[in-house]
Structure formats: C-alpha cells, structure tokens
Design a protein around this ligand. Structure first.
Ligand SMILES: NC(=O)c1ccc[n+]([C@@H]2O[C@H](COP(=O)([O-])OP(=O)(O)OC[C@H]3O[C@@H](n4cnc5c(N)ncnc54)[C@H](O)[C@@H]3O)[C@@H](O)[C@H]2O)c1
Length: 543
C-alpha cells in the first residue's frame, strides 16, 4: 500500500461510470491512504447502490448526474469510466470545474473529439492521465528497462497476439460509441509497441471484418459476463483483424485480434525482437522470457506481477492510481499522457480506416497543426527514460520449484484447506464472504504459511452468473478480492454441482483449472486442466 505523504493531504476523488471498470477504480482509490472516494455517479441506480455497498460510507455523495458531481467544490479529481462516446463531454466539464482527471482509454471514439479535448486540456493547468494501465505495470516496465539498457540493440520488430472472447456491453459493438474493436481493445498494445520501438508510427495496413459477430442480433461469448445469453444488436465493428504498422525508423509490428474465441486457450502474447537478435515474449501479462542475441539463451525474467495491481482488476492498476496521485502533487505530465495516448489511438484509427477503405493509411492523415505544436513542446517526454518497475520478489532457495508447480501447489493447498477441514458446511453459497472466511483461517494456519512462503500468484475463481473472486497470494498470505477483469495466473471454473461437491468434500472432479498450467503429455489428448487435475489429485492423495 502507498505511504501517506508527509503533508497529510487527502485527495477527494469522484468516480463517474460504475460499470466493470469504474468499480476497479473505486476499489483501487479505496486502497490508497491519501485518497477518499467522496462521490460516485452512474445513470443506473443499481450501479450506484453496488458502489455505495462497497464504500460503506453514507457521507459519500451518490448521484446520477455527472454535472452535479463535477461541480462539487470539495473534489480534487474526477475519474471518468463511462462508455467511450461520453468521455470528452464529462472530462471537459471536469477540467472546466478545476478538477484533475483520470480518463479511461480511449480518449474518444474519433480524432476530432480527441484533438479538441487535448487542445482544451493543455490550455489549463489540469493533470489529465489516460487509463493506459499497461504503462504502470511491472512486467512491461521491466521490459522497457531492458530495452532502454540496450539489451535488444534497437527494437525492430514487435508483435501482439490477442485471441480472446468478446465483451459484454452493447455500446462496444457500435463504432460511433466505442470507435471500434481495435481502438477500444488494442490502443494498449500499439502503445506498448511505440514505447519499446521508440520511434513514431508512419503507416498502417490492416485487414479485418466480421466472421461470427454479425447480423441483426447475435449472441456473444464472454466468459466473465454476468449474463451468458447476451444478445448484441447490429454490431458494426470487426470481430477479427490483422494489422501491420511501420515506424519512421523502419521497425515493423503486427497485431492479430480475434474476439470470438470460446474458452480462450493461451491469452495475450506480446513480443519484441531487436537488431542484435534478442527476442522477448510476454504471456498473459504475467510471464516474461527473453533470450538470443549476445546473451545467447532463453531465460525467465522475474517480475512482480502482483504488487502493481493488488488484485483490483488489471495489471498496473494500483501503480496507475499511486502515480496519478503523485502527479496531482507534483503537477508533472503523467507517464500515460494525453499525447502518448493520442499516438496509439491514431494507429488504431488508421487500422480501422485501412480495413474500411482497403488501402494503406499514412499516420500523417491525422496530422493537426495544434497537436504538432504540443508534440514539439513536450518532445522530451517521448525521449525520457521509463519509470522503474517495483523489484521482483526474491525467490527463497528452497522454493526453486517451477512456476507451474507453484501455481498448482497454491491451488491444491487452497482447495485442501477449503475442503479438507470442511469449514463451510454443505452447499455454502459461492460468495466472497465464504472465501474471506476461509482465507482468514488459512492465513492463521502456520503449517500452510510455512509451506507457502515465497509463493506469489493470483487464482481467480469463477461460477456461473456470479462475480468472479480472486485470491491474491503474496508471500503465502491470501487476500480475497472481487475481480471482474481477471488478472489471471490460474483460473478455476466451478459448475454448480462441482461447487457443492467441493463443499461436501467428496470430489473435485468438476473444478476446472486452466490458465498457466501446461500439458506435459500429448496436447492433442490432454486438455490443460485434465493434466492439472491429475497433479492435484496426486498431491491430495499424497497428503
Ligand atoms: N484501461 C483498461 O484496461 C480498460 C478496461 C476496461 C474498460 N475500459 C474503458 O472504461 C470505460 C468503461 O468501460 P466498462 O467496461 O466499465 O463499461 P460498462 O458499460 O460496464 O460501464 C459503464 C458505466 O457507465 C454508466 N454511464 C453511461 N453513461 C453515463 C453518464 N452519462 N453518466 C453517468 N454514468 C454513465 C453506465 O450506466 C455503466 O454503469 C470504457 O471507455 C472502456 O473502454 C478500460
């Protein structure tokens, strides 16, 4: 947790938009000792009620009207996490009212609104930080530090593979409201490319379209949606694409997006290759491997992928909040500044245009004299070194086991303690309180703590129609947190029957484990979770 600053100032934060992402911000600011969530706003009553239930403080102002929230004199900052097409009207009013702003990405669905807002924001002295949360996570900061140290020579190739299930909100499927799938989903990844390549994007060519998610009414697959029968009306965005980008220094990058995968297998992969032949590959935002080049062999790069988010919903989310507060204090440009965010968003917009118009699109098509002037003024920020990641946790000598084994062991221990002592009684509800109670017992179990020392992971538990629950295991200690956007190291999916059986302590065969568990045997025959089960079964019976 962040340390309280010496001046003792508490920053009052207002949050507008209390969907998935707004709740993540609410949980994040709530963790900071120098912040208070003083007002919440959502058009929906139930969203505000959920937020007030989490805050448990009746003095917090709850309103459906963002204008009322922005006008509150006691607020220092407004966090805007409404659907993209509503971003700039709300953020503009917030800065007019003298507030600093943490604005979710993308800034707006089209370049005209993006540029008008940037110009307006820079005319004020307000801090505006964009929700490019990857810029705050340890994994990519570690990779950036390696790039800046020269481990790769110059990064000349970059790639991203994002094959996943879909999103659960109607507005996302309407270009006018979201700006399209590439803008909403992949501005993060094009931002990572620019960060590592350290040159400006120059031209974009993309192909994409609708394979599956199309028509007047279509059911989408989203593994974490509360409503698994979600019907989307008239989607007009791509459900898949391949994008090629060329940079001014000759570097090239590609990105593949698929939004209709069912039961996603591998998760996000991001790689870079340098002029000296070195290659780095990040998987699922939790592992980083690097190799080749002068060092000559693949190695795992240790990363603390827990402390930067503390299980609140997205890697980097915690540091994003900590640094936002630092910027409110020191009034420096945020690391996820408006100008940096614009650069990645323009690549996405160019890709969307390239798909529509079936041609190569030059980034210069988005030039604006006012933005050019600002880029010149703030050129130094594009050259400056990246903030350091938090140090990776030291692994004690005795805990030399592979990450895979650590995960399975953590899970086994959790399940064993949940079921072995039958603490919950038959068919206790799958509820956060149930896990919190179990975690309290587990944390008091000295035998477990001894065994789990040095263990750092996140296990997410899912159950049909319920909010997923994440167990953050930090040096063995468990913390149970709500989590909808899953920071996933291992993911456990219960069926209703499986949960009951787990409670009864009879069997765990209906608990599915996927995520970072690999198959040792023939991958064609064994699903990853089957293998994990075999291991879990073994460990349990060995007890
Ligand atoms: N940085 C990230 O990694 C990340 C992750 C997820 C979402 N996002 C972004 O966050 C934003 C919100 O996404 P989400 O998934 O939470 O969406 P959501 O649809 O789940 O939630 C949006 C909420 O805003 C409310 N709302 C809409 N218009 C409003 C208005 N005028 N005033 C008050 N409340 C209003 C809705 O009722 C809803 O509760 C989007 O821009 C999205 O792109 C960013």
């Amino acid at each position: 947790m962040a340390k309280m600053a010496a001046d003792g100032k508490i920053f009052n934060i207002g949050i507008v938009g209390l969907g998935d992402n707004g709740m993540m911000h609410l949980n994040g600011f709530k963790k900071l000792p120098d912040c208070r969530v003083a007002a919440v706003c959502d058009k929906r009553d139930e969203a505000r009620e959920r937020a007030m239930g989490v805050l448990k403080d009746s003095s917090v102002v709850s309103t459906p009207d963002y204008k009322k929230l922005c006008a509150m004199p006691e607020l220092d900052a407004v966090c805007v996490c409404t659907p993209t097409f509503t971003h700039t009207p709300i953020a503009s009013l917030a800065i007019e009212c003298g507030k600093d702003v943490l604005l979710e990405k993308p800034i707006a669905p089209n370049i005209e609104e993006v540029d008008a807002f940037i110009v307006k924001a820079f005319k004020t002295d307000r801090i505006v930080q964009v929700g490019l949360v990857y810029r705050y996570c340890n994994l990519y900061r570690t990779l950036a530090a390696m790039v800046e140290k020269g481990d790769f020579g110059d990064v000349m190739m970059a790639y991203c593979k994002e094959y996943r299930d879909n999103f659960p909100t109607q507005w996302f499927f309407e270009t006018e409201k979201s700006g399209g799938a590439l803008l909403d989903k992949n501005c993060h990844h094009f931002d990572l490319f620019s960060w590592f390549i350290r040159s400006r994007p120059y031209r974009v060519f993309a192909m994409g379209g609708q394979h599956v998610v199309k028509g007047k009414s279509v059911k989408v697959n989203c593994s974490y949606a509360p409503d698994q029968n979600l019907m989307i009306k008239n989607p007009d965005i791509v459900d898949h694409a391949f994008v090629l980008v060329e940079y001014e220094n000759g570097a090239r990058a590609n990105l593949g997006l698929c939004m209709y995968e069912v039961d996603p297998l591998e998760g996000l992969e991001i790689g870079i290759i340098g002029s000296n032949g070195s290659h780095a590959l990040a998987k699922r935002d939790v592992t980083l491997n690097a190799g080749g080049g002068p060092q000559g062999m693949m190695r795992e790069v240790p990363v603390d992928y827990v402390s930067d988010n503390l299980g609140i919903g997205h890697i980097g989310a915690h540091i994003q909040h900590v640094e936002f507060v630092q910027r409110m204090r020191d009034r420096r440009q945020p690391f996820a500044s408006l100008l940096r965010a614009r650069e990645s968003m323009v690549v996405c917009m160019a890709a969307e245009r390239s798909i529509k118009e079936k041609r190569e699109v030059k980034i210069s098509e988005y030039d604006s004299p006012a933005i050019k002037r600002l880029m010149k003024k703030y050129a130094a920020e594009f050259e400056s070194a990246s903030p350091s990641p938090l140090p990776a946790p030291r692994r004690p000598k005795e805990a030399k086991a592979s990450r895979e084994k650590e995960l399975v062991d953590a899970f086994v221990t959790l399940v064993r303690l949940l079921m072995g002592k039958r603490p919950l009684g038959k068919a206790a509800p799958f509820a956060r309180d149930t896990f919190v109670a179990a975690a309290k017992r587990i944390n008091a179990d000295s035998a477990y703590l001894k065994m789990a020392k040095g263990l750092n992971t996140v296990v997410t538990f899912e159950y049909p129609g319920k909010e997923p629950i994440a167990a953050v295991i930090r040096d063995g200690k468990l913390e149970i947190v709500p989590s909808r956007t899953v920071v996933e190291e291992a993911r456990v999916i219960f069926t209703e029957k499986g949960w009951e059986e787990l409670q009864a302590g009879d069997s765990i065969y209906r608990v599915f484990l996927s995520g970072n568990i690999k198959v040792d045997g023939d991958p064609g025959k064994l699903r990853p979770y089957t293998e994990a089960f075999l291991r879990i079964g073994k460990s349990l019976s060995a007890d």
